[in-house]
Design a protein around this ligand. Structure first.
Ligand code: GLA
Ligand code: ZN
Length: 682
């Protein structure tokens, strides 16, 4: 779908319903000063728009939209359905959730609705429809913002019924459910659908301090799938209603990086554009934020996304809500753009006077005027984004390397009891991503479902859950010449968390050319070492393995490295198998970042991957490309200046308009963007 905006989106959550009318005029003046072009309105306004079941109050929103129109602003319009109004909770208590402990929630908080409540769904579609009908011809409407940060779980009786229906349609019969969950274990054979209850603290999960501990992984896994689908259904119902009235306005809902409960790869096809909220903490490694951006871009196979929320200064909900350092907000905004965002939006434009977010940063502070450090920085960012015009819109971030991230795999691993609670899927994935990041090699985050034809190198850390289809895709990828790597515990279970009986790594045994016989666990302070024995790869030296290590037998693969010590001393720690015209690697232990980086370097050299120049500490490089041209982003995350060498084709820096002549000096926390000589608009 073609996006209706012509410049980078700049603005964010704006809650004028919390303020008297005269403040709105002042806001317009301040927005103009800050180059804000797109406020997001209405996100938490349900109780102001619908004060009672049959009563609507759109007058204030009409006035607001008029005012924005007169001030030539575009609008991202919320459907307001993330927090139910008090009257609804009182009159229709089924809209409220039952929590993990089995407690019926009362009115309060937000994100408090049961996704399978018929009343909630009806009211949500109702208000979405009213808004769409009323504002369908409003010229500034560029984006629908459905609900807000969908998430959480419900365990109410309606969800239980809906879960049984969901199971019926997924498995067809109760026999099949019994089979995939292996219910002969612990006397769980179900003879009636109604015997199945949601897995929570009252049923399969016993430990309030370890909510992942479940007696039945298959059941808990399916409940997660079901909950993600239930919330998605709420989104789709509103989306469909909006589309009936405004088919040309893109619809989205805002995501939260690696938010565990929702399988964003399943959600992504239902969104016209991916939008997300980035809240790094003080000390967050910029590589981690880069991973989040790469994941969000990967959700729709490389389509540009929108950074819909970030704080201009500080949050209120962290333990220590430090300010971003001077220049840090602009740098983080540019990092989003560097990874594929066509926006840099805030939560929030004006700081609330009361409520739990009163200490959350905003463009306009409590003092109400523009003479603040934060406002000044926001104004500067607005000017810079405006300066890009339409040059970057829709451009892509070409990558020949991919990292697989799989939500269901993550759920299944964490629900598994044993072998070690230190196994950390996300950390393992991030470690390999950082290997690429640290060498300026563009990398995409992708899914098991995606098309991998653009990749020459594919890394699937801890891909424990492998369906027959995924195994076939991996085999095809390697046979066709790709370089593939997976790790310990790879291929151990199928999509229902049933362990392979074909010998680990199950479906991947032939392509990897190994059999992993057994796994030993390392205590937190323990490690094994392994030494690369193969002279050809550049992964030389001795390395550490942590958490677990496996005894692997070669079945066609070669041992690239063997353990120096531990119970499996002398056996392979890293293997490589030639398969078709490609190669498949396996690391039998959790390697440190040093090894991951060396492996990436080796694979990149073998595959001939493009790099964006020599890596300097704390300096990040990315590239975006479109038919308009190529754009090189160089981000200095250091608090000292750096000089970078540049190819001659990167001659103009777009923000400062300074020319680069084979090199450029970046100030502390400066983001520089270079347009290729051939770029038409610059
Ligand atoms: C989330 C929400 C916003 C706001 C911010 C505060 O991202 O979507 O409504 O609460 O957090 O950081
Ligand atoms: Zn429910």
């Amino acid at each position: 779908m073609k996006m209706p905006w012509k410049t980078m989106l700049y603005g964010g959550d704006y809650n004028p319903e919390q303020w008297p009318r005269e403040v709105w005029d002042e806001d317009m003046r301040l927005f103009e000063l800050a180059h804000i072009n797109t406020p997001t309105v209405g996100v938490f306004a349900w109780s102001r728009l619908q004060p009672a079941e049959d009563q609507w109050e759109f007058g204030w929103l009409d006035d607001l939209l008029d005012l924005l129109q007169r001030n030539k602003k575009q609008v991202c319009l919320g459907t307001a359905t993330a927090a139910v109004p008090p009257w609804m909770a009182k009159r229709y208590p089924d809209v409220l959730r039952v929590d993990f402990a089995g407690r019926q929630r009362e009115f309060g908080m937000r994100h408090n609705f049961c996704p399978n409540s018929p009343s909630y769904r009806e009211f949500a579609v109702g208000i979405a429809g009213k808004l769409a009908q009323r504002y369908k011809d409003y010229p500034g409407l560029v984006l629908w913002h459905v609900s807000n940060e969908y998430g959480g779980e419900c365990y109410c009786p309606r969800c239980a019924t809906a879960f049984r229906d969901w199971l019926r349609s997924r498995y067809g019969s109760l026999e099949r459910v019994n089979e995939v969950w292996n219910t002969s274990f612990w006397s769980h054979v179900f003879y009636d659908w109604d015997e199945i209850v949601p897995p929570n603290l009252l049923s399969e999960h016993g430990d309030p301090h370890n909510p992942d501990q479940t007696a039945f992984q298959g059941l808990s896994l399916d409940y997660r799938r079901f909950m993600s689908d239930s919330l998605l259904e709420c989104y789709k119902l509103e989306r469909d209603e909006l589309k009936r009235h405004t088919p040309d306005v893109p619809v989205t809902t805002n995501f939260m990086e690696v938010y565990k409960p929702l399988n964003y790869f399943r959600w992504a096809p239902q969104l016209d554009v991916i939008t997300w909220d980035s809240y790094p903490r003080a000390g967050t490694d910029p590589a981690d934020t880069a991973f989040n951006h790469d994941l969000m871009r990967g959700l729709k196979d490389g389509q540009s996304f929108l950074l819909l929320e970030q704080t201009p200064s500080q949050t209120n909900w962290q333990k220590y809500n430090t300010l971003k350092p001077q220049g840090g907000m602009i740098l983080q905004s540019m990092q989003a753009v560097a990874h594929g965002s066509d926006a840099a939006m805030f939560f929030q434009l004006r700081r609330s006077q009361a409520g739990c977010e009163k200490f959350h940063g905003a463009v306009i502070d409590h003092v109400g005027h523009e003479h603040t450090r934060v406002f000044e920085e926001c104004r500067e960012l607005g000017k810079q984004l405006e300066g890009f015009g339409d040059a970057l819109l829709g451009s892509r971030v070409p990558a020949e390397a991919g990292i697989i991230f799989d939500w269901e795999n993550w759920w299944a691993l964490d629900y598994s009891s044993g072998p070690s609670s230190d196994i950390d899927y996300v950390a393992e994935v991030r470690r390999y991503h950082k290997g690429f990041y640290d060498q300026n090699i563009p990398v995409a985050v992708t899914s098991v479902l995606a098309d991998w034809s653009q990749y020459k190198v594919l890394v699937a850390p801890l891909l424990y859950m492998v369906s027959e289809e995924t195994a076939a895709k991996i085999r095809e990828f390697v046979a066709g010449g790709g370089i593939f790597l997976t790790t310990y515990l790879g291929g151990v279970v199928d999509e229902n968390d049933r362990v392979t009986l074909k010998g680990y790594p199950g479906e991947l045994r032939d392509v990897l050319g190994i059999w992993a016989e057994e796994l030993n666990v390392l205590l937190p302070d323990d490690h094994v070492t392994f030494t690369v024995s193969d002279p050809s790869p550049s992964i030389q030296g001795r390395h550490h393995g942590h958490t677990v290590y496996e005894r692997v037998h070669l079945e066609g693969a070669e041992a690239v490295a063997s353990y120096d010590n531990g119970m499996f001393a002398g056996t392979p720690a890293v293997t490589r198998n030639a398969f078709g015209s490609g190669q498949a690697w396996y690391t039998a232990t959790s390697v440190e970042s040093g090894f991951a980086a060396q492996w990436v370097k080796h694979a990149a050299a073998e595959a001939g991957l493009e790099t964006l120049g020599e890596k300097q500490p704390g300096v990040e490089c990315t590239m975006r490309q479109s038919e308009k041209g190529s754009f090189l982003f160089v981000l200095n995350h250091n608090d000292y200046p750096v000089r970078v060498a540049l190819e001659q084709r990167w001659s103009t820096e777009m923000v400062s308009q300074e020319s680069a002549d084979g090199g450029f000096t970046l100030q502390p926390r400066q983001a520089a963007v270079f347009a290729d000589n051939g770029t038409s608009t610059f």
